[in-house]
Design a protein around this ligand. Structure first.
Ligand code: SAM
Length: 278
């Protein structure tokens, strides 16, 4: 009989955030596949659990998936854990789950901590519908494209971000979304846990503490946002309004159309204005 693949959520800071079921599964499986075995060993020592560990991280995912699937087909039960939180959420997991399904191996998720979920429930923004994005692309052009795409999504948006990129990302968010409200969840479940809920400009003014781990939640719910953005854009000069869209990589023709729409004007009128100004 095939073994079972357990996807066990582990704490994202506070070691008490592991469930009784999670502990029992870790105690009873044959092998634990861990993103960083040294990191997981600390958790296992804390829980007094001793188990064979296999490293399973992004760069060795292909090879290790094959090895683990073989073991599962041989009847061994395996728990997959990441360094923190829920496996498969901006962490390795997706690939082995796909392979396990192909091989008729049972998958059992063991729920627990996830930074995204805790950041959104503490944000104060709509939790009716939200979009989890995870990390934005590192590449400048791809990041800009992604932000342009996200701006059109009328939902609460959740991003993961590394501390050294936080300030730059806030700047990019402001360029793309306008001065929207965001909630920055810092060090969730840890001693210095805090939620900063402000407009981006205010957060930037106050020099956010960039020590620790962060989730950025964006209030991109249009019913609130639309009127605010409209108000801001219509108070700009036409040149500034033009620059606003140019920064988002729009073509001249598109920009004129957008400005006309924002200001409830005929697009020819806007076109003529810029023609004269050239
Ligand atoms: N699988 C994890 C989960 O379920 O949340 C996420 C792993 S991802 C590689 C790491 C990112 O999650 C960090 O860069 C940060 O954005 C976020 N994160 C993890 N722990 C956090 C914490 N305690 N407080 C705030 N953000 C956290």
């Amino acid at each position: 009989m095939n073994g079972i693949l357990y996807l066990v959520a582990t704490p994202i800071g506070n070691l008490e955030d592991i469930t009784l079921r999670g502990i029992n599964v870790l105690k009873n499986v044959d092998i634990i596949a861990a993103e960083d075995t040294r990191h997981t060993l600390k958790l296992l020592n804390h829980l007094n659990i001793s188990k064979p560990l296999i490293s399973y991280y992004k760069e060795n995912e292909n090879v290790k998936t094959e090895i683990l699937i073989k073991k599962l087909l041989d009847g061994e039960n395996i728990a997959l854990v990441s360094d923190a939180g829920t496996p498969g959420i901006s962490d390795p997991g997706e690939e082995i789950v796909k392979e396990a399904i192909k091989n008729n191996i049972k998958i059992v998720p063991i729920p627990g901590a996830c930074a995204a979920i805790n950041a959104v429930i503490g944000s104060g923004f709509s939790t009716k519908e939200f979009l989890f994005v995870g990390f934005l692309p590192n590449n400048k052009k791809e990041k800009k494209e992604k932000l342009r795409e996200l701006k059109e999504i009328n939902k609460t948006i959740i991003l993961y971000e590394a501390p050294h990129r936080l300030n730059k990302t806030l700047e990019d968010l402001k360029d793309s979304f306008g001065d929207v409200e965001v909630s920055i969840a810092r060090e969730i479940t840890k001693i210095h846990e805090e939620f900063i809920r402000e407009k981006i400009s205010k957060i930037m003014e106050n020099n956010v503490n960039t020590k620790g781990e962060f989730v950025i939640v964006i209030n991109n719910n249009m019913e609130i946002k639309h009127t605010k953005i409209q108000e801001i854009l219509n108070n700009l000069s036409l040149e500034e309004h033009y620059e606003y869209y140019k920064k988002q990589n729009y073509e001249k023709k598109e920009i004129i159309k957008l400005i006309a729409k924002d200001r409830n004007k005929n697009k020819n009128e806007i076109y003529q204005y810029f023609l004269k100004a050239e």
